[in-house]
Design a binder for this molecule. Structure first.
Ligand SMILES: [Zn+2]
Length: 128
């Protein structure tokens, strides 16, 4: 391959031209990334927004940030980063979903116990 800046011939897979110091993008050299564009990884954006609204706000926001970076990394040609962001978005979406369910169950349990206690105390009043 040849340096796009100065035309100096350089070994394949090299990321920096030894002649002029120009940084060569790995995907242009074909050394690190496949030339075939892989399918865009799922960004889970809809799910991330849903869990942010209905489950756990802080975890959901982390999921949205990763979701957004899936698309930007993919269109920048950084497929490795797009796939890792996709995995992280999925993980945080799940974390948010699970903590949302746990919080929901804890709330239901709390009011059930509270309601049960209120019912018992009112029955206790009837006994008087
Ligand atoms: Zn050069």
């Amino acid at each position: 391959m040849f340096c796009p800046k100065c035309g100096n011939e350089m070994p394949n897979g090299m990321t920096r031209c030894p002649n002029c110091g120009e940084i060569i993008e790995p995907r242009q050299s074909g050394g690190y990334y496949n030339d075939n564009r892989p399918e865009k990884p799922n960004n889970y954006l809809v799910w991330s927004i849903l869990v942010t609204l209905f489950c756990c706000l802080p975890c959901g926001i982390v999921a949205i940030v990763y979701s957004a970076s899936v698309d930007s990394a993919y269109y920048a040609g950084d497929y490795a980063r797009a796939f890792s962001a996709s995995k992280k978005a999925y993980t945080w979406m799940l974390v948010s979903l699970i903590s949302g369910i746990v919080i929901y169950l804890a709330t239901v349990l709390f009011y059930t116990v509270l309601g049960g206690a209120a019912l018992m105390s009112s029955e206790a009043l009837y006994d008087l």
